[in-house]
Design a protein around this ligand. Structure first.
Ligand SMILES: *[C@@H]1O[C@H](CO)[C@@H](O)[C@H](O)[C@H]1NC(C)=O
Ligand SMILES: *[C@@H]1O[C@H](CO)[C@@H](O)[C@H](O)[C@H]1NC(C)=O
Ligand SMILES: *[C@@H]1O[C@H](CO)[C@@H](O)[C@H](O)[C@H]1NC(C)=O
Ligand SMILES: *[C@@H]1O[C@H](CO)[C@@H](O)[C@H](O)[C@H]1NC(C)=O
Length: 346
């Protein structure tokens, strides 16, 4: 039986026909994705952290609402139904910090493993564009691009392009790897609530980067959504906290953003950046950001001691540290997250 067919049979068995119909598209996407890596594995996955945006309205016609509508669309159920479907008995919850949700989920999942709440964790994010009202609100806030594309670091950047997607990673502790993550908040350092704070972004990086990390990090996967204010603030904070804070003989710090390729997947953006960096490490290659060219940069990135590559290049390994990268993710309510990834050798 093909994987997808067995998946459907399995779900039909688990969900009655009615609740099957009510399962929110985003929950469905998560289950669909998880079915593949988990099939045939021992049921040892003991923790689930997910994030999703719960943009669902129930205020339509009360007579059309059944008792399955609540479990079909509650945000908490995105994580809990995965635990139910795969009989996972460790901590299981959804996290909402807007666009930083999935990187914050990664931070929480790593901590849960470190403190022994579980041995492994499934962690990810999903974003489906369902609600037209969100689009209208974001347009009126001038946050999204007129042509629907994110053009990170580009002079033509005019807001972000919304993207849909789902990404999940399985985490487990390898003694040899050091992976660190941190989260902070803008508080009232910038007004209005959606404006990013450069000071708090710098503070986030200072919290997590040791002197040796500053000297050795090679690449930063930026939040880089393609909003002129957001990109500039982020580039300056990375420049101040890392690029300008290392000796002049260090390699230039490379930056990129996957959002030009797939759009800004909002609650799934952090995990999209993580998967991109993991793939680049695997292929020992650094890829350029779409829309990034020498002539199109909005920001004088040379003066910031940064470089946004315009060609595919080999990712050279750092002999002592292995390949090393950071991932930035910011929520529009001011919750910032950063993860440092270092390649491990077997
Ligand atoms: C509630 O779920 C039913 C299917 O069980 C669906 O037909 C209906 O549209 C849902 N109602 C709302 C308001 O989402
Ligand atoms: C779920 O897992 C528990 C503990 O790991 C086990 O005792 C139980 O039989 C499992 N239930 C199902 C339906 O697989
Ligand atoms: C990096 O910044 C810290 C604190 O701001 C400072 O003490 C240190 O000297 C800086 N290092 C370099 C190489 O500029
Ligand atoms: C960048 O600008 C220079 C000088 O204006 C031009 O010669 C070159 O072709 C441009 N490069 C690209 C990639 O557009």
């Amino acid at each position: 039986m093909s994987l997808i067919a067995s998946f459907l049979v399995f779900l039909r068995w688990r969900l009655t026909t009615n609740s099957f119909c009510s399962v929110h598209t985003q929950h469905w996407r998560m289950l669909e994705l998880l079915w593949k890596p988990s099939a045939g594995a021992e049921p040892a996955f003991t923790s689930v952290s997910t994030s999703q945006s719960a943009y669902v309205s129930f205020l339509i016609f009360p007579s059309t609402i059944t008792h399955y509508n609540s479990t079909g669309s509650a945000m908490s159920i995105a994580a809990n139904r995965i635990s139910f479907t795969f009989n996972l008995t460790g901590p299981s919850f959804a996290i909402d910090s807007a666009c930083s949700s999935s990187l914050v989920a990664l931070h929480v999942a790593c901590q849960a493993i470190k403190q022994g709440d579980c041995d492994m964790a499934l962690c990810g994010g999903v974003n489906c564009i369902i609600e037209p009202r969100v689009f209208v609100a974001l347009s009126k806030a001038k946050m999204i691009s007129a042509d629907g594309t994110s053009k990170p670091f580009s002079r033509t950047a005019d807001g972000y392009g919304r993207g849909e997607g789902c990404g999940v990673v399985l985490l487990k502790l390898l003694k040899k790897v050091t992976k660190r993550s941190t989260v902070n908040q803008d508080g009232h350092c910038a007004t209005p609530i959606t404006k990013p704070s450069m000071d708090q972004q710098k503070e986030l990086l200072r919290q997590i980067y040791s002197d040796s990390d500053i000297a050795n990090v090679q690449y930063i996967e930026a939040h880089g959504t393609g909003t002129p204010v957001g990109d500039l603030t982020e580039m300056r904070s990375i420049s101040n906290a890392i690029a300008k804070n290392r000796s002049s003989d260090s390699e230039t710090l490379l930056i990129g953003s996957v959002k030009g390729n797939i759009g800004h997947t909002e609650s799934a953006a952090g995990v999209a950046g993580l998967i991109k960096v993991l793939l680049m490490m695997k292929h020992e290659t650094i890829v350029p950001s779409v829309f990034s060219s020498e002539n199109s940069t909005s920001i004088d990135i040379k003066s910031l001691h940064l470089n946004s590559p315009v060609k595919v290049q080999r990712w050279e390994t750092n002999v002592l540290q292995g390949r090393m990268a950071g991932i930035n993710s910011f929520g529009f309510g001011g919750t910032n997250a950063h993860v440092i990834l270092r390649e491990c050798w077997h």
